[in-house]
Ligand binder design. Structure first.
Ligand SMILES: [Zn+2]
Length: 312
């Protein structure tokens, strides 16, 4: 069974004229309803993440900064990252959705889950919110699996077109979390990190894997880099897979564009699903990150969800 977590609360994170805007979720919602996919999924209600749990990962100064900007009518965490009066509240609800998805999948009630949240999270590290991201949803979800559910090994896969620098930072020295990111890299592309030489440190050495690709890479080369590195990541033998699912590598994306077609997101999902089936009974929690072409984003999510449903 596939669990789908979605809520109109996420539309309250208002960013003005900005690529990461509420219409992204409305476009996904419309297509999932029209295609009949939404009605095939299970749903669940959830709570906002408790601040105590948020602060097990994010520093008090960072949490206070976001709270204060929101409380004072809004502003920015950095030049790219807009905060409106509701953003602090909405970001706790987004993190809560990803954590709830972990609880549900690990309970065995659902084989996999898709959390359609915003704001996204993978650029936020433990001390700084940046790149449209306030708090790191997938990192908080992984922490939940390790601390509350006592798992020993979690794999985070990030196929957003941008390097998941925040997630990498958080787990760089952590041997219990393997982080694999495939992303566009070079010529100043944001955020600038994610070289293949970044492989983890101290006890986490060897648990960080980056597949940086140049702009203009062919779909064939993208998919072969994906397959090769994903296999390597699964040698970690995870007990749970968490996915930072961004759809900004789509060829229509105004921000990312790594030339992918919608159907490619189905292909990516199939390979991760098949490896998750062998490694951890298919336990996969997918969390929305980027994707800024409304058409590319909604069609990519549709392909992704179709495969999640088919295999569960
Ligand atoms: Zn992105």
């Amino acid at each position: 069974m596939t669990l789908l977590l979605r809520s109109s609360e996420f539309l309250k994170h208002k960013t003005g004229k900005h690529p990461e805007r509420p219409e992204r979720l409305t476009a996904i919602e419309n297509l999932l309803e029209k295609s009949g996919l939404a009605s095939k999924c299970q749903s669940v209600s959830w709570e906002s993440l408790a601040e105590k749990e948020l602060m097990q990962l994010h520093g008090p100064k960072q949490v206070e900064q976001i709270r204060q900007i929101a409380a004072h009518g809004g502003g920015r965490a950095d030049p790219d990252t807009v905060i409106c009066p509701d953003s602090f509240k909405v970001s706790l609800y987004a993190a809560g959705a990803c954590v709830k998805a972990v609880d549900e999948v690990l309970s065995g009630r659902h084989q996999n889950a898709l959390s359609l949240v915003r704001p996204p999270g993978h650029h936020a590290n433990a001390v700084k919110s940046m790149g449209f991201c306030l708090f790191n949803n997938v990192a908080l979800a992984a922490k939940r699996a390790l601390t509350h559910h006592k798992l020993n090994k979690v794999l985070i896969v990030d196929w957003d077109v941008h390097h998941g620098n925040g997630t990498q930072d958080i787990f760089y020295e952590d041997p219990q979390v393997f982080f694999f990111s495939i992303h566009r890299y070079g010529n100043g592309f944001y955020p600038g990190t994610g070289a293949a030489s970044e492989t983890g440190a101290l006890r986490g050495l060897g648990t960080n894997l980056n597949a940086p690709l140049p702009y203009g890479v062919s779909r064939k080369d993208y998919l072969s880099a994906w397959e090769k590195n994903l296999q390597k990541a699964f040698e970690f033998k995870p007990e749970l897979v968490i996915l930072s699912a961004g759809f900004d590598a789509d060829h229509r994306d105004p921000v990312g564009d790594l030339g992918l077609e919608s159907e490619d997101f189905g292909v990516l999902t199939k390979s991760i699903q098949s490896l998750a089936n062998s490694s951890c009974k298919g336990r996969l929690v997918s969390c929305l990150e980027g994707g800024y072409s409304l058409e590319g984003l909604s069609e990519g999510v549709k392909e992704h969800l179709s495969v999640l449903l088919a295999k569960s």
